[in-house]
Design a protein around this ligand. Structure first.
Ligand SMILES: [Zn+2]
Length: 458
C-alpha cells in the first residue's frame, strides 16, 4: 500500500517549532508532511531517500533576494527552498519563474519606484500603487528610492499598514542615507504606530558614523524590543550597487560611499581605479553561474554598459556575526532572520556561513533553523512553513555538516536540488487573496498567505 509519495529515511530531524531533535523518518504526501516517526514502513511510499548521517531541517527561506532570473539557480544550488524577491515588479517575477524557475517557492515585494516617479505622491496615488502591486500578486511594497521626503516615506508605510500589505524599507531612502543615522531616523519616526520591516541591518554598520561594531551595537539597541519592526541581516562581504556614472560621478549614493570607504575619489576615475585594483568587482554570468570579474576584465565589462551592478567589499564580518547571533533579554533574536540580499548577486551564503557559525559554536543547529526558516516564515505569515509538523508544507533542506553545506532541497514534496545540481523546474508563487486571479492566469501553481497573520500585523 503506498499512502506516501516519498519517505526521507533516518535523517537527523531538527525542527524547533515542533520541539523535534532526533533521528526520524519524514513521510510526504500531496505536497505536505504526512508523518514524522521513528520507523515508517518503506513499502508505504512510492519512493524513498536514505538520509543517514544527514541533517533534515525545514526548508531554508531567504527573506531578501534579487532573483533577476539567474538567481533561481544560484539559490536552489545552495539549499534555499523559498525566496522573497525584493524589488522587481511581480510580472517580471512571474515570467522569470516560468522561464528560469528551479522549483522554489517565490514571493515578491515590489519597489516603490515601479510606479511612483515623483517625490510627493498623494495618498490616493500611494493607495493605487499598493493596489496594483497586490493585485499583480506581490505581498507588498519596498520603500526605496534616493532619497524620498520624510512625509512620503511615512505616508507609504502608513498606507501599506492600512491595507495590511507587507512593507519593507531600505534606509537609503532617508535623507540621512544608508547608514546608522538613516536607521535611527526611521526607527524614531515610526514610533510604535508604524509597522515595517527594515532591510539588511548590516548595511547601516559599515563605519560611516563610528566604528562598525559600535554601529552594530547601536543598531541592536535601536530595534531591540520594537514589536512593530522586523528585520534581517546578511553575511556577504560584498554588496551590490548601481555602477552608473552621470556627468563623471557615480549616480548612486551608496556607490559613492563605497568609493570613499575604500579611499578612492567619488568620480568616474575613482571607479576605474577601484575596478583595476580589484576593490570593485563586476558580477557576470558565465556558463549559468554568476562569477565576480576583477581587474582589467571587470573594467572592460563595466565600460561595456554603464548601468550594471558592481560589488564592493564593504560589509564587516564581525558586524554580520553580531547581528546574526544577538538575542534580547527574552532570548529572542533581535534581528529576526538571516538573509542574503543575493539571488543574482553571488553571495547566497545563508547555509554555508550559517553552518560555519554553528561549527564555531556561535549558533546551535536549532537556532540556525530559527533564523533561516522559522523566523522568516513568521515574518511573512507563511504559517505552513518554518517547521516539519504533520500537515505543514513539505519544504525540506538537507544539510551535510561535514561538508558544511546543503546537499538536497525539497520544495512542496518535490526534490529540486541534489548535491548542488539543480533538478527542479518552475515554481510555486506565494501571493495573497488579492493576487490570486492574476497569478492563476499565468498557470503557475500558487499558495495564499494572509498578511494579517504576518509578523508585522499579527
Ligand atoms: Zn536588496
Amino acid at each position: 500500500m503506498t499512502q506516501f509519495d516519498l519517505i526521507l529515511k533516518k535523517g537527523h530531524v531538527i525542527d524547533p517549532a515542533n520541539g523535534v531533535d532526533a533521528i526520524l523518518d519524514v513521510a510526504i504526501a500531496k505536497r505536505r508532511v504526512a508523518a514524522v516517526e521513528p520507523d515508517i514502513n518503506p513499502r508505504q511510499a512510492k519512493s524513498l531517500i536514505d538520509l543517514s548521517g544527514k541533517v533534515v531541517v525545514p526548508g531554508i527561506i531567504d527573506p531578501h533576494v534579487h532573483i533577476r532570473n539567474v538567481g533561481h539557480r544560484n539559490m536552489a544550488k545552495v539549499g534555499v527552498v523559498t525566496a522573497v524577491d525584493v524589488s522587481a515588479h511581480m510580472n517580471d517575477v512571474l515570467q522569470g519563474t516560468k522561464a528560469f524557475g528551479t522549483g522554489m517557492n517565490i514571493a515578491d515585494i515590489t519597489s516603490i519606484h515601479h510606479q511612483i516617479k515623483k517625490p510627493h505622491p498623494s495618498r490616493a496615488e500611494l493607495n493605487a500603487m499598493l493596489d496594483d502591486y497586490l493585485t499583480s500578486g506581490a505581498l507588498g511594497v519596498k520603500v526605496i528610492q534616493e532619497p524620498l521626503p520624510q512625509e512620503t516615506i511615512l505616508n507609504a508605510i502608513s498606507a501599506a499598514n492600512e491595507k495590511a500589505a507587507y512593507v519593507k524599507l531600505d534606509c537609503g531612502v532617508t535623507e540621512e542615507g544608508s547608514n546608522l543615522l538613516g536607521l535611527k531616523w526611521i526607527v524614531e519616526a515610526a514610533g510604535s504606530d508604524l509597522h515595517l520591516d527594515i532591510a539588511h541591518i548590516n548595511s547601516y554598520c559599515r563605519g560611516q558614523v563610528k566604528e562598525p561594531v559600535e554601529e552594530a551595537l547601536d543598531a541592536i539597541r535601536l530595534i531591540e524590543g520594537k514589536k512593530n519592526i522586523q528585520s534581517e541581516s546578511y553575511f556577504g562581504i560584498i554588496n551590490g550597487t548601481n555602477g552608473r556614472i552621470v556627468d563623471g560621478v557615480p549616480l548612486n549614493e551608496c556607490t559613492r560611499d563605497c568609493l570613499r570607504l575604500g579611499g578612492y575619489p567619488e568620480t568616474e576615475e575613482g571607479m576605474k581605479r577601484a575596478l583595476l585594483d580589484g576593490y570593485c568587482k563586476v558580477p557576470e554570468l558565465v556558463g549559468g553561474e554568476t562569477l565576480l570579474l576583477e581587474g582589467a576584465e571587470a573594467l572592460k565589462a563595466w565600460l561595456e554598459t554603464d548601468q550594471r551592478t558592481v560589488c564592493f567589499p564593504v560589509n564587516i564580518p564581525s558586524v554580520a556575526i553580531l547581528l546574526a547571533t544577538r538575542k534580547d533579554a527574552k532570548k529572542r533574536f533581535v534581528v529576526n532572520a538571516i538573509s542574503t540580499d543575493g539571488g543574482s548577486t553571488p553571495r547566497n551564503l545563508i547555509v554555508n556561513s550559517g553552518l560555519a557559525l554553528v561549527r564555531y559554536g556561535a549558533l546551535t543547529l536549532s537556532e540556525f533553523v530559527v533564523k533561516t526558516s522559522f523566523n522568516p516564515s513568521r515574518m511573512y505569515g507563511m504559517l505552513d512553513k518554518g517547521g516539519l509538523g504533520v500537515g505543514m508544507d513539505a519544504d525540506v533542506t538537507v544539510l551535510d555538516l561535514e561538508k558544511g553545506r546543503a546537499v538536497m532541497g525539497i520544495a512542496l514534496g518535490t526534490v529540486i536540488m541534489v548535491d548542488g545540481v539543480v533538478v527542479g523546474r518552475g515554481g510555486t508563487i506565494i501571493t495573497t487573496e488579492k493576487g490570486v486571479k492574476h497569478v492563476k492566469a499565468t498557470g503557475l501553481p500558487y499558495d495564499v498567505v494572509d498578511l494579517n497573520k504576518c509578523g508585522l500585523y499579527a
